[in-house]
Design a protein around this ligand. Structure first.
Ligand SMILES: O=C(O)c1ccccc1N[C@@H]1O[C@H](COP(=O)(O)O)[C@@H](O)[C@H]1O
Length: 208
C-alpha cells in the first residue's frame, strides 16, 4: 500500500497547489496559536476551497486537516467548521472527550502525541479509536524522534512526524514502520515559509 503523506503548515495557494499536484494525501492548516504557520479560520477556508478545486482537477480526494493545540473543544469545532476541513489534528493534551465530541460533530480525528507520551499512555492501557500521529516533544520544531523512543510503535496504521525531510523520510519509514508521514519544517526554506521544490522532493522521496 502507498505511504500516506500529509504536508502541514500551508499558508499560500502556491504551496497548496504544489502539494496537491505532487500527490499529497492530506494538507494541514495550523489553527493552533503562536506558530509561524498559524492562519485564521477564514484564511484556512480560502485555502481549503482552493485545494478542493485543485484536487477535483487532479481527479482525486485530498483530506483537509486543521491542526489545533490546547484549545477548548467548542472553539475547535467552530474553527474547524469555519475552515471547512474534514479532519481535526489534536496536537496537545486534549482529553479523550474532546476527540469524542469532534467525531460526533462529523469530523475525522488525528490524535497527535509525543512518542514518550504515547509510550506512557500505552503502558497504562490507553488505546485511541482515532488515527495516531507520533511526533517529537515540541510539534513543528523540526526535531526527530529516535527509534529508542519508539520502543513500542503502535500496531496497525500510524503516522510518523517530527524532523522529516526529503533526505531522511525513506530511511525513517523503513526504520520505524509507519504507514503515513507528516512534515512541516523539512519542506521550508525558512521557518514558516514553504519551499515548493522541497514539497515535491519530499513526496517523491516518501513514495520512492
Ligand atoms: O507546525 C506547527 O507549527 C505546529 C503547531 C502546533 C501543533 C502542531 C504543529 N505542527 C505539526 O508538527 C509536526 C511535525 O512538524 P515538523 O516537520 O517537525 O516541523 C507535524 O505533525 C505538524 O502537523
Amino acid at each position: 500500500m502507498s505511504l500516506w503523506v500529509k504536508i502541514c503548515g500551508l499558508s499560500t495557494p502556491e504551496s497548496v497547489e504544489t502539494a496537491v499536484a505532487a500527490g499529497a494525501d492530506a494538507l494541514g492548516f495550523v489553527l493552533a496559536e503562536h506558530s509561524p504557520r498559524t492562519v485564521t479560520a477564514a484564511r484556512a477556508a480560502e485555502l481549503v476551497a482552493y485545494a478542493r478545486e485543485a484536487a477535483r482537477g487532479a481527479g482525486r480526494a485530498v483530506e483537509m486537516v486543521a491542526v489545533v493545540r490546547h484549545q477548548a473543544a467548542d472553539d475547535v469545532a467552530r474553527l474547524a467548521r469555519e475552515a471547512g476541513v474534514d479532519t481535526v489534528q489534536l496536537h496537545g493534551d486534549e482529553p479523550d472527550a474532546d476527540a469524542d465530541r469532534l467525531r460526533e460533530s462529523g469530523f475525522g480525528v488525528i490524535r497527535a502525541l509525543s512518542a514518550r507520551e504515547y509510550a506512557a499512555r500505552r503502558a497504562g492501557g490507553w488505546a485511541s479509536p482515532d488515527r495516531l500521529l507520533l511526533d517529537a516533544a515540541v510539534p513543528g520544531s523540526g526535531t526527530r524522534i529516535g527509534a529508542e523512543e519508539l520502543a513500542a510503535a503502535p500496531e496497525g496504521f500510524w503516522i510518523l512526524a517530527g524532523g522529516l525531510s526529503p533526505a531522511n523520510v525513506a530511511e525513517a519509514v523503513a526504520a520505524l514502520g509507519a504507514g503515513g508521514v507528516d512534515v512541516s519544517s523539512g519542506v521550508e526554506s525558512s521557518r514558516g515559509v514553504k519551499d515548493l521544490g522541497l514539497i515535491r522532493d519530499f513526496i517523491r522521496a516518501a513514495r520512492a
